[in-house]
Design a protein around this ligand. Structure first.
Ligand code: KIV
Ligand code: ZN
Length: 518
């Protein structure tokens, strides 16, 4: 069967909205724009860019993405009320193809305890809010939150109502990841059979991963005839996350015989997109993660290695190149000039302005002085680094440590242009550095997670550090890479503080803590 005869499945990426709701995954505008550019290169059909009413920062990010990213749909999320919907409209209206995505829960459990509404009241609200959204934009998506646990007949009544009111797509979320694949297949099939007008709109699903079934449920829904799937890069999202985009796309790509479907995704951009997200959020995927995990294409057992050497197909169902993992890469070093660096940047798919390339080249030269071989991952980490607001900047770090001394650090930090310094002991050199930073900034943050990985190479490799801090219930992850892991750790901590500062100064407090999204 050739691809033209296969059904096209729209990929609705919600990494920047549901994905960003993962603890520690918040991103600033520059980072969101960077990721949106990569999602466009990847070939998704819809980017859900954020939840504009949630904060000023979210609004500005959705607006910036709508203004810049052309050719694909840009959606903004809104609860089913006029204020949210108008705010979402005000941000997405700059897009070539704007979408207002409005949602309200339809399950009895949400109606009773969260919304405190009757089914009839809910029905009215959903229909009226879709009408209102439709008066603002042509494309309106309606999501029946917790659809998978909703009363079937009531759900169908709501879907029929919102279609009549003008919804162009209707999303069936398994908000709490409770569904199982056969059950979800039947559920979608029955909705398709029962709801009038369902064939005139795009039917979508949005599965969470609480039982590890998000991808399986999404694929079942594709078999049952949906036209769009909502997913995130690396499967990040609320709680256990959302369906992983890369897994759905590769399942469809490899098993056309089963799914009879294609997507518009350029699969060779999958790995880069996953890496970019990891660099931005500081959240790595587990080594055995399908498609993008470190070990996804490694063969350890002797029998497997022998088989692969004789014929790759013995143990490999896809080549690493097919998902953008390079077999032969050009490694840069300190003798590499601007030309080679620029070529590398282009080959990695980055679209940078000349001044951005020059700034990255300066950082590259600094790194090349400390490290012999510069791999693609090193370049990704140089480019992905962003400098939100830079309220705090690490200017100096000196740590005395060893097996017979109590580690002692001396730190200087520029705070709003003023140089401050302090010193502290600690349980180890990193702890000493972080304690001194906290003495200076007094943010009252607590480090709750800390991870160091090497970016390839051996003992001269860069240490890639991520630190997650918690402050007043907010978790933020900072990240940095350096050949000195204590420096990388201090910088990662400062990066987290800068992100926290941006967040605290942009969040609309009136929306925080309200029931909003899942
Ligand atoms: O999980 C969910 O129900 C959601 C909706 C807002 C689509 O994220
Ligand atoms: Zn969700």
């Amino acid at each position: 069967m050739n691809d033209k005869q296969l059904k096209k499945i729209k990929i609705f990426d919600t990494t920047l909205r549901d994905g960003e709701q993962s603890p520690g995954a918040s991103m600033n505008i520059e980072e969101k724009l960077n990721l949106a550019r990569q999602l466009a290169r990847l070939g998704v059909d819809v980017i859900e860019a954020g939840f504009p009413i949630a904060s000023e920062g979210d609004f500005e990010a959705v607006k910036a993405i709508a203004q810049e990213i052309k050719g694909i749909e840009i959606a903004g999320l809104a609860r089913a009320n006029e204020k949210d919907i108008y705010r979402a409209y005000s941000a997405v209206k700059f897009a070539e193809k704007p979408v207002i995505h409005t949602f309200i829960a339809t399950s009895d459990i949400h109606l009773k305890y969260k919304l405190r509404m009757s089914r009839d009241e809910l029905y009215e609200k959903a229909v009226n809010m879709v009408k209102y959204a439709k008066s603002l934009t042509e494309k309106v998506e309606f999501s029946a939150e917790d659809a998978a646990r909703s009363d079937f007949n009531f759900l169908c009544r709501v879907i029929e109502g919102v279609i009549e009111a003008g919804a162009t797509s209707v999303n069936i979320p398994d908000t709490v990841g409770y569904a199982t694949p056969f059950e979800f297949f039947d559920f979608i099939k029955k909705i398709k059979e029962k709801v009038k007008g369902i064939g005139d709109i795009t039917l979508s699903v949005h599965c969470h991963n609480d039982l590890g079934l998000a991808v399986a449920n999404s694929l079942s829904a594709i078999l049952a005839g949906i036209g769009q799937v909502e997913c995130t890069i690396n499967g990040i999202g609320e709680r256990a996350g959302n369906a992983a985009l890369e897994e759905i796309v590769m399942a469809l790509e490899l098993r056309k015989d089963i799914y009879n479907a294609v997507t518009g995704v350029n699969t060779t951009e999958l790995y880069r997109t996953s890496q970019l997200l990891t660099h931005i959020t500081g959240i790595s995927v587990q080594p055995n993660k399908a498609i993008v995990g470190k070990n996804a294409f490694s063969h350890e057992a002797g029998i497997h290695q022998d088989g692969v050497l004789k014929e790759k197909a013995t143990y490999e169902i896809m080549t690493p190149e097919r998902v953008g993992r390079q077999a032969n890469e050009l490694v840069l070093g300190k003798h590499s000039g601007m030309h080679a660096f620029k070529e590398k940047i282009i080959s990695l798919g980055y679209l940078l302005k000349d001044e951005e390339i020059e700034a990255a080249f300066v950082k590259f030269k600094g790194l090349a002085d400390r490290k012999k071989d510069i791999y693609d991952e090193d370049i990704d980490s140089l480019i992905a680094k962003s400098h939100p607001a830079e309220k705090y900047e690490l200017k100096y770090l000196n740590v005395v440590c060893g097996d017979t001394v109590t580690p002692l650090s001396m730190v200087k930090i520029m705070v709003d242009g003023e140089l401050r310094q302090d010193s502290s002991f600690g349980n180890g050199p990193v702890d000493a550095a972080v304690n001194a930073i906290e003495k200076i900034v007094a943010s009252k943050s607590k480090a709750i997670a800390y991870e160091v990985k090497s970016i390839r190479g051996t003992t001269e490799a860069q240490g890639d550090v991520s630190v997650t801090i918690e402050n007043s219930g907010i978790q933020i992850t900072g990240r940095s890479a350096h050949t000195d892991i204590v420096v990388a750790s201090a910088k990662a901590y400062v990066n987290a503080l800068n992100k926290l500062y941006v967040r605290n100064n942009s969040v609309d407090k009136s929306v925080c803590g309200m029931e909003m999204h899942s």
